[in-house]
Ligand binder design. Sequence first.
Ligand code: GRF
Length: 190
Amino acid sequence: MKRIVILASGTGSNAENIINYFNNSNLARVTYVLSNNKDAKVLDKANRLNISNLSFKKDDFSTKKTVLNLLKKEADIVILAGFLWKIPANILESFPNKIINIHPALLPKYGGKGMYGSHVHKAVVANKEAETGITIHYVNENYDEGAIIFQAKTSVDPSDTPDEVAAKIHVLEQNNFPQVIESVLLKMEK
Ligand code: GRF
């Protein structure tokens, strides 16, 4: 049974979806939810879904090995679901091609530092893009630059507001992220 640890900074709709998806799986389970934001709603969701969880501070993540040691103990794969911090080198080295992120745009467009959540959707609308989508990719030392695993697209209507674009992205994420994680885990089994 593969162990999934989720890192998230915000609401947690992806984390909840992934937890529920693997609840009845023979392949994997979500063992922990970790957040760099002690007030993140994702922690409330983890409590409600009876998933171990905790929040951590910057030095627990970058200087001390608190998070690294917990991941080594609890994770076979690390999922970033709305996690806003860069992953430090010691964690990247300990989990080669085992850290996956979801980004709410068609990378390499609308990626990088500061490009998250509504900032992305506002930019997509401002640039009158005809389509947008999601990108699921491996994580490396740079924001949103790791090898792409999966992308899915949705059209953007000229009248769409950033919130309407966000809603379309949410549907793509809910319908694809757990399945892509599952396909990566199945490849890891081989
Ligand atoms: C998602 O849109 C994801 O693509 C992005 O951050 C958002 C997190 O949403 N990286 P939630 O916290 O999972 O609801």
